[in-house]
Structure formats: C-alpha cells, structure tokens
Write a protein that binds this ligand. Structure first.
Ligand SMILES: C[S@@+](CC[C@H](N)C(=O)[O-])C[C@H]1O[C@@H](n2cnc3c(N)ncnc32)[C@H](O)[C@@H]1O
Length: 235
C-alpha cells in the first residue's frame, strides 16, 4: 500500500469512528466505553478529518471577551463542558485564557485533557444530560461546549445547565453540527430558554467549517439573570 492509499484508509477509519460516535443514543455506559477506547487516538483521528471546531469556538471566546467583558483574559473563568482531550482548552490557552476548568463524561478523555496542563481543574464522570450538582450557579464568565451538543451525545436540554453555571451577562458558546441542529430541535430549545428569560442568542455563525463531511453552526448566547435564579419547586 503506498502512502496515499494508507492515508485514505486512515481518513476513512477516522470518519467511521466519528460517525459511530453519533449512534450512541446518549447512553452514558456506551458513551463512556466508546470514548475510553478512543481517548488515545482521538486527536489524530479528528485531525485527519479536518476538525476545526475547537479553534473556532476558542476564537469566538476571544472575540466575546474583547467585545463585552471588562476583565483581562487571564482573569476570565471558563468552563469547557465536554472538554474531551482538551483541544478547546489548548486553543483558549493559546489565546491567553488561563482559568479554564474542564468536565467530561469520560474519565479517560478527561485524563488526556489534564495532561495538556492548560486546565486549572478537570473532572471526569460528569453527565451533561443531568444536573451539574457539583457546580454552583453563576460560577463562570464563559462556558464553551464544542462537539458535544451533537447526535447521540448531549440533548438540547443540556443547554439550560450550561446557562445556570454561567454568570448573568456571561456567555455560552457552543457548536452544533447542522444535522444535530436540524434533527434534535435545538432551535426549539433555544426559543424555549429565550421565552423563559434564561438566555438570548447574541451571535451566530451559520454553516461554518467543522469537519470534512459536515459544517456546523456556532452560537454565542448571552446569559440572563434568571438562569441562576433558584428554580421553583412544585407545591
Ligand atoms: C466529539 S468529543 C468533543 C471533545 C472536545 N470538546 C473537542 O472539541 O475535541 C465529545 C465529548 O463529549 C463527551 N460527552 C459525550 N456525552 C457526554 C455527556 N452526556 N456528558 C458529558 N460529556 C459527554 C465525550 O466523552 C467526549 O469527550
């Protein structure tokens, strides 16, 4: 097999792995198992598929800080939700951000993120489809979420908790593959949260580059006061 053939085979294998990850139906056990197996090869595989989501999300965070946030980048507290191996953290660090925490369902992916040494703290075994009970409301200036609000991973309802842990007038920055945005009714959830006074979409990059076979939309949400208000208990 010549080099070109070998490269094509590797690219196809990487693409298949990415596709397989979308069929996990949000099942915590299957997701954890899948990413345990993938953790050490993840960066190479997504690199082969031209994955540029982390760079775009980090650059949006940089633009948002420059445009709207008074604090210096070194003092901006960021939660990287679904940090994976830390590709977003590395890009954020490159842009001068220093207070970055990461959370992920997969302990193995989280361990790879720790090894980048760009995070203040990384926590594994955290399910973004449920309440983030260990995280107080309004803890972060920015929450970033790249490649996680995606098919078979985290449902659109997860956005509510991302807003809760972000302070009022802070921002949530997220990517959504086009297929997810269309099939998972992401925009319905955004409208629901907007109507509830939780967040407002502030900027959106439509059809931006993401991976070779599909584009994504990139969202910037401004978080409102109500996001961190205690939810009313039913009587
Ligand atoms: C495609 S990777 C993206 C990782 C990283 N943000 C990036 O851009 O490279 C998806 C990540 O989401 C994590 N994940 C999947 N379902 C999750 C869930 N329910 N809660 C938390 N993390 C989850 C996986 O473990 C994996 O690390």
């Amino acid at each position: 097999m010549n080099n070109l053939d070998q490269q094509t085979v590797l690219e196809q294998a990487a693409r298949k792995r990415i596709k397989d990850s979308h069929a996990l139906e949000g099942d915590v056990g299957r997701l954890a198992h899948f990413y345990r197996e993938w953790a050490s090869a993840y960066d190479l595989d997504v690199g082969r598929d031209g994955y540029c989501g982390p760079r775009i999300v980090a650059e949006l965070a940089g633009a948002v800080q420059t445009a709207y946030l008074a604090k210096q980048r070194t003092a901006i507290a960021i939660l990287d939700a679904g940090c994976g191996t830390g590709l977003v953290g590395v890009e954020l660090n490159r842009l001068g951000f220093r207070l970055i925490d990461g959370i992920d369902l997969s302990e193995d992916m989280a361990e790879q993120a720790r090894q980048t040494r760009v995070y203040r703290h990384v926590q594994g075994d955290v399910d973004l489809n449920g309440p983030l009970s260990d995280y107080s409301s309004a803890s972060y200036d920015l929450t970033v979420c790249c490649g996680v609000l995606t098919l078979g991973h985290v449902r659109p309802e997860g956005l509510r908790e991302l807003a809760r842990v972000t302070r009022p007038n802070g921002f949530v920055i997220a990517s959504t593959r086009k297929s997810y945005a269309e099939t998972a009714f992401f925009e319905d959830e955004v409208r629901h949260l907007e109507d509830a006074g939780i967040l407002v979409p502030a900027q959106r990059l439509n059809n931006g580059r993401y991976v070779a076979e599909e584009d994504a939309h990139y969202w910037v949400f401004r978080v409102l006061e109500k996001a961190s208000a205690p939810t009313e208990e039913p009587p």
